[in-house]
Design a protein around this ligand. Structure first.
Ligand code: AP5
Ligand code: ZN
Length: 214
């Protein structure tokens, strides 16, 4: 099962991708996570990407297309994958389709999580993530049992640099200008499903499972 998750920043792409990985065992491929890891490792790509990420802008297409090209060829993607945060532009979508064509593969479902802007600032400014295992939390909607500590591994929770209100508003603007139209791009293909991402997490997941198992 090869999946794409679309949706604005904070729509729940990462949260749902982790749940799908837990149930179906296919890897979550988040270009945002890969870029943040590159920055942590202080690679030139990571350092350069930080400028764009901190400004709420998209990292250049060639950089993220290169990341996906390498990642999709890794062994764990053989049984399927979830693309979380890629593609974000039509050029990225076209590059992906070329790449998959060469590999003799195709996308089985494009799931677009629709959430209105008014919910996103609260979701993102309240997000916390485990430094150690990457588990996601929200201070109100899915709090850790002990503030600042991961339930799963005891790791320390942190807040992303781009999850402040000003940058979230910029990220949403960039989404509206450059990424929202991917819905129209994919809806022509018959594998596109738009679902309500504002519902509680478990309900959103149930809908995704229905789509995958259909
Ligand atoms: P990226 O890391 O991809 O960020 P994003 O798209 O802005 O998405 P988020 O990770 O912020 O949100 P999400 O939808 O995963 O939400 P989550 O599940 O965590 O990208 C960051 C930056 O990297 C970009 O700005 C860009 O610079 C660069 N980049 C990455 N990919 C790129 C590309 N392809 N091209 C160019 N540049 C790229 O949920 C958010 C919070 O809400 C959590 O706290 C969660 O607990 C909570 N929550 C989730 N679901 C629910 C629910 N149903 N109800 C209540 N709360 C919920
Ligand atoms: Zn953890």
């Amino acid at each position: 099962m090869n999946l794409i998750f679309l949706g604005p920043p904070g729509a729940g792409k990462g949260t749902q991708a982790k749940m799908v990985t837990g149930r179906y065992g296919i890897p979550q491929i988040s270009t945002g996570d890969i870029l943040r890891q590159a920055l942590k490792d202080k690679t030139p790509m990571g350092v350069k990407a930080k400028e764009f990420m901190d400004a709420g802008k998209l990292v250049p297409d060639d950089v993220v297309i290169g990341i996906i090209n390498d990642r999709l060829r890794e062994g764990d993607c053989k049984a399927g994958f979830i693309l979380d945060g890629f593609p974000r532009t039509v050029a990225q979508a076209e590059a992906l389709s070329g790449l998959l064509g060469k590999m003799g593969r195709q996308i089985d479902a494009v799931i677009d999580l629709a959430v209105e802007e008014r919910f996103l600032v609260e979701r993102l400014t309240g997000r916390r993530t485990c430094k150690n295992c990457g588990m996601g939390y929200h201070i109100t909607f899915s709090p850790a049992s002990k503030t600042g500590v991961c339930d799963k591994c005891g790791g320390e929770l942190f807040q992303r640099d781009d999850d402040n209100e000003a940058t979230v508003i910029k990220r949403f603007k960039v989404y509206k200008e450059q990424s929202e139209l991917l819905g129209a791009h994919y809806s022509a293909g018959g594998r596109y499903r738009k679902i309500d991402g504002a519902a509680p997490m478990e309900q959103v997941f149930k809908r995704i499972v229905e789509i995958i198992d259909a």
